[in-house]
Design a protein around this ligand. Structure first.
Ligand code: UDP
Ligand code: MG
Length: 304
């Protein structure tokens, strides 16, 4: 039985030696594995470092992407090129402890489960980021209808059958934890403490995180559309009643209905409509991207 471990790398040269040490230590008894590092257009010497390590151990495999395509694309590249019977994905910044891999492997070997994901009991991260992530997870797990997705991230191991299912979903808007949950099969979780990144700054800018959150929300639920619809219907009722009130006021001379009422309703309706158009736009943009059908990534060179 072979394990493929997929690790996206974007300017992580400081951490790679530590990561490799910890990986070798934790995999210990398991000898049949491949480490697939996906170099996502790093501009530091991550790639050289990996190539040097590969000289001594051909189980280190490298996919060099043609430029930076982002975390999800890098993971997809790794998954599509994995040849193991069991396939793990993890970050290269040691936030996902490699020590958990043997435990995940044992669970899958048992045969009762096809997917095991790391469940973050606690995460040590910058306060604002932690809070925003928690908020996203709340909303996403409620709106996507995916089961038990809250507080599980990328760190996971799945078997070949589950991987085939995952890869059969060819969409361009990829939120891998969502896709992994969507396929079903027998899924379980193991709890772990997510540490801070071992060194350096996060390679995902806050704007990247917002983009990822939007991709997840818009590709797994029509909740935003429903909100618009319900608000629209509420608006129709409210403005119908308000209209009657305005007319009566005019006829009976109760209160002056002047320009401020008109201005407020124009501003209010105008901004609501723009917001709704924005929500529609998000879906249309994603539909457009699907129809363009561009590859999710390009590979410059494979070291296999
Ligand atoms: N990463 C990547 N491409 C990117 C950004 C990040 O391959 O454009 C990798 C990065 O090297 C790391 C993983 O994806 O292994 C997660 O990134 P990071 O730790 O910066 O994200 P965070 O944990 O802060 O969400
Ligand atoms: Mg990280």
């Amino acid at each position: 039985m072979m394990i493929s471990i997929i690790i996206p790398v974007y300017n992580e040269s400081l951490l790679l030696p530590v990561l490799l040490d910890r990986l070798y230590n934790s995999l210990g008894a398991i000898s049949d594995f491949e480490l697939i590092f996906v170099d996502d257009g790093s501009t530091d010497n991550s790639l050289d470092l990996l190539k040097a390590r590969r000289e001594n151990d051909s189980r280190i495999k490298i996919i060099e992407l043609s430029r930076n395509f982002g975390h999800q694309a890098a993971l997809t590249a790794g998954l599509e090129n994995a040849s193991g019977d069991y396939i793990a994905i993890m970050d290269s910044d040691l936030q996902d402890p490699p020590e958990l891999l043997p435990e995940m492997y044992q669970i899958l070997l048992g045969g009762d489960f096809d997917v095991v994901s790391g469940f973050r009991e606690e995460r040590k991260e910058e306060y604002a980021r932690k809070w925003l992530t928690a908020l996203f997870h709340r909303i996403f797990s409620k709106t996507s209808g995916l089961r038990e997705i809250e507080n599980t991230g990328h760190f996971s191991m799945i078997n070949r059958q589950a991987l085939d299912a995952l890869l059969s979903m060819r969409e361009k808007t990829r939120y891998i934890p969502g896709l992994r949950s969507y396929i079903g099969f027998r899924q379980t979780k193991i709890a772990y403490h997510r540490d801070e990144r071992a060194s350096g700054k996060s390679k995902m800018k806050t704007s990247d995180l917002f983009k990822l959150a939007a991709d997840a929300l818009f590709s797994f639920s029509r909740f935003p559309l429903r909100v618009c619809l319900w608000l629209g219907i509420t608006g129709v009722i409210v403005f119908f009643l308000a209209g009657i009130h305005v007319l009566l006021s005019k006829i009976m001379g109760w209160a002056p209905v002047g320009w401020s009422t008109t201005a407020i309703s124009i501003y209010f309706l105008g901004s609501i409509q723009l917001t709704f158009l924005g929500v529609l736009g998000e879906y249309i943009y994603r539909t457009y991207r699907e129809s363009q059908n561009r590859p999710v990534y390009f590979i410059r060179k494979k070291y296999f």
